[in-house]
Design a protein around this ligand. Structure first.
Ligand code: CU
Length: 235
């Protein structure tokens, strides 16, 4: 009879534990940061924008200033929440920045550094993409009606203002992230940053009109870390 020695069994168990240990280092061991960014005080009323050009296309819907959009629950849309000090490589992808009805969709586009931005022109009129970047090469290109898509790559992490020189009310932002840990708040101010390895981090919350806040968080394996933030106008 082939007897397995207790030592060999121990070694096998040990190997199995080690193996399981290695295999289980995946998303289940990560945590996530979730919460709401809210407006402190009485939310501002929507401010209509005057459409002064290409009214037959741009005037088909009412336009409002988008620099501070507060939802019914007081949540702030389009705030960027990111973990600036996390050490992980960004995961580039292809994302869409659409010019639709003479607005940008989305108003704030977040992506990993190295991503390709497909700038779409759905309007059949001339737009112009003008980025105010300093770390990446600035872009200032016309996009006539026949050019449905222009693709650009943003290599470096940066927060970039984007405007259209043809339509002064068209303003947007690109957030090029240094690592995979970022999110943009939805229309109710909610956000979730998924798959964050356990550890202590500094989380930055940025809103174009209200500025920046920094918060210390501690992320635990397999569990949510709640980060609720309130922002108010700069003094
Ligand atoms: Cu335009």
């Amino acid at each position: 009879m082939n007897k397995t020695s207790p030592l060999a069994i121990m070694a096998m168990i040990g190997a199995a534990v080690l193996c399981f240990g290695i295999l289980s280092v995946d998303a289940a061991d990560n945590g996530w940061i979730t919460g709401t960014v809210k407006y402190e005080g009485t939310p501002p009323k929507p401010r209509p924008v005057d459409i002064t050009k290409d009214k037959e296309v741009c005037g088909l819907k009412p336009h409002f200033e988008e620099d501070l959009i507060v939802g019914a629950n007081g949540g702030i849309a389009n705030a960027v929440v990111y973990v600036a000090d996390a050490k992980a490589k960004p995961k580039p992808e292809t994302v869409i920045f659409d010019q639709k009805g003479c607005d940008y969709e989305p108003h704030v586009l977040a992506f990993a550094a190295g991503s390709t931005i497909q700038i779409k022109n759905d309007d059949g009129i001339l737009h112009n993409i003008h980025t105010y970047s300093t770390k990446n090469p600035p872009i200032n290109i016309a996009q006539p009606q026949f050019k449905k898509v222009i693709a650009v790559k943003v290599e470096k992490p940066e927060l970039i203002k984007v405007t259209c020189d043809a339509h002064g009310w068209m303003k947007g932002w690109w957030f090029s992230a240094a690592n995979p840990y970022y999110a943009v708040t939805d229309k109710n101010g909610n956000f979730t940053i998924k798959d964050v390895p356990p550890g202590n981090y500094e989380v930055t919350v940025w809103q174009e009109k209200l500025g920046e806040q920094k918060h210390q968080v501690s992320v635990k394996a397999g569990a949510p870390t709640t980060l609720d933030v309130s922002m108010k106008p700069k003094a």
